[in-house]
Design a binder for this molecule. Structure first.
Ligand code: 5RP
Length: 144
């Protein structure tokens, strides 16, 4: 997959997100502090990655800031983007399954290197539920 990755600083696991995705065979499009040319504030960096998804340049995004909250809020403002702040593998699996989330938000403060690997494995293996109630919930997100 092509995965856009944004971070507002290189603290914590920011650069490990890029390395881990490339090791798993994905093409990474870097944004914010991960790019030499871009503004690195969380709202701008996360927006850039989310717009890649919204406009078809990327299949998914991973957006990071210190808490993960600002990055997820910014990404969720972009049409068609469903960003989920995930702190463990169960949440990441559920976000893909029940929310059909297409942007993974990560807290650089909370997420250890070990947890990041677990979260990414669950996220990348996850598939959206085909259950009609789950699909109805996801479809309604586009109507709110
Ligand atoms: O977690 C965040 C936003 O939700 C930011 O990473 C945090 O506010 C730090 O940003 P800055 O370095 O610009 O003060």
């Amino acid at each position: 997959m092509r995965i856009s990755v944004a971070a507002d600083s290189l603290d914590g696991v920011a650069e490990q997100v890029v390395t881990a995705l490339r090791e798993r065979g994905h093409e990474v499009i870097p944004h914010g502090a991960l790019s030499a040319e871009e503004r690195d504030d969380w709202a701008w960096a996360s927006e850039s990655a989310a717009r890649d998804v919204s406009e078809g340049r990327a299949d998914q995004a991973v957006v990071c800031c210190w808490t993960g909250t600002g990055a997820s809020i910014a990404a969720n403002k972009v049409p068609g983007v469903r960003a989920a702040l995930c702190v463990d593998a169960y949440t990441a699996d559920g976000a893909r399954k029940w929310n059909d989330a297409n942007a993974l938000a990560i807290s650089l403060r909370l997420t250890s290197a070990v947890m990041l690997d677990e979260i990414l494995d669950a996220w990348l293996a996850g598939r959206p539920s085909t259950d009609s109630a789950d699909r109805a919930n996801v479809a309604h997100l586009g109507e709110i």
